[in-house]
Design a protein around this ligand. Sequence first.
Ligand SMILES: *Cc1c(COP(=O)(O)O)cnc(C)c1O
Length: 388
Amino acid sequence: MAIAPACIFTCLILDFMTRPIEALISLANLQHNFAQARNLTPTARIMAVVKANAYGHGAVRVAGALDPLADAFGVASLEEAVELRAAGIESPIVLLSGVFGRTEMLEVARHGLATVIHCVEQLQILLATELSQPVDVWLKLDTGMHRLGFTAEGFCRAAGRLRAAKQVAKLTFISHLACADDPAAALNERQLSAFSKTLDGLDVGVDECASLANSAALLTRPDMHFDWVRPGVMLYGVNPLAGDLPLPAELELRPVMTLRSRIVALQAVPGGEAVGYGEAWCAPGLATGASASPARIAVVAAGYGDGYPRHAANGCPVLVNGKSAVVAGRVSMDLISVDISANPEAQVGDVVTLWGEGLPVESIAQHSATIAYELLTAVNQRVKFSYE
Ligand SMILES: *Cc1c(COP(=O)(O)O)cnc(C)c1O
């Protein structure tokens, strides 16, 4: 029986088996980035921050790969911590926002977790609860970000009560920086001096620790390392410095997530005709002096329903078979269109990299008015994850 051309085309598409968007996670690159963090701080211990499902990379797999290397993990909630304990992670785990109610405090002790205490309500819960075992507490000072943390006065009072409390094992003093991604920001100095001054007044004991630095401060401010540093985004290969500031020369970060999909359809769009919702991109016409041949558009199975940013503007870069191309027209829920007029050999089924290896997620963030953190954490369950 003769096979009709339409059928051959269909078979080509069916070759991918399922909708082709996938996130490839390189655990080797993750471990490499962790080693880079280790090189930056000769003495401080490292809490690997794996909140929000390890910035969208899969918390259990990420923590599993870092468990032999990291001194502790940082998470945002009890649920995130319990997920890691259930997966066999035995390292210290710190709840960076503390508990959200009294029952959670019991669970913190039961699972051998550590918790931040950032407000008087959490302090009262701890002091009023009989725990199955003492817990490590990270007492938080607000040094100027004005999000979480005690005032200096409240902090010193809380420290006194925690030092005397039978519910407390080890006490660590913590604060968080608002502008570490901008090394020139004056607030950095004010936060450091507020932290140091308050700790001086506390007469920090030999078994007590201090922690201030996130990724950006780990990179740029050795004087902020204290006893524990808390890198997050750099472990995933993202430059934590704002506005394209270069990384220190000796530092090499490698992308951990590569988000990619495939071309599912091709379009020849005549000059003057538009592509996608709202006619947001128009094929160049004769009037512009461009060539008379139609624009070649590749339709790719990726959209905001997967976590690809809807605000990726016309011109946002992608790689088609490793070659540069750009988004053309609005991002829709399941699909994007890409101008491949300069890449005539591209075919249905070809691989399109949306970010990752060869295409920094920071550059996609810049083109969509957001930050890499948001893009990575937005990749959702519709995307197939694989680990290597
Ligand atoms: C998320 C977080 C970090 C990590 O920040 P990065 O900028 O990703 O390095 C560190 N400390 C606290 C308290 C956090 O919430």
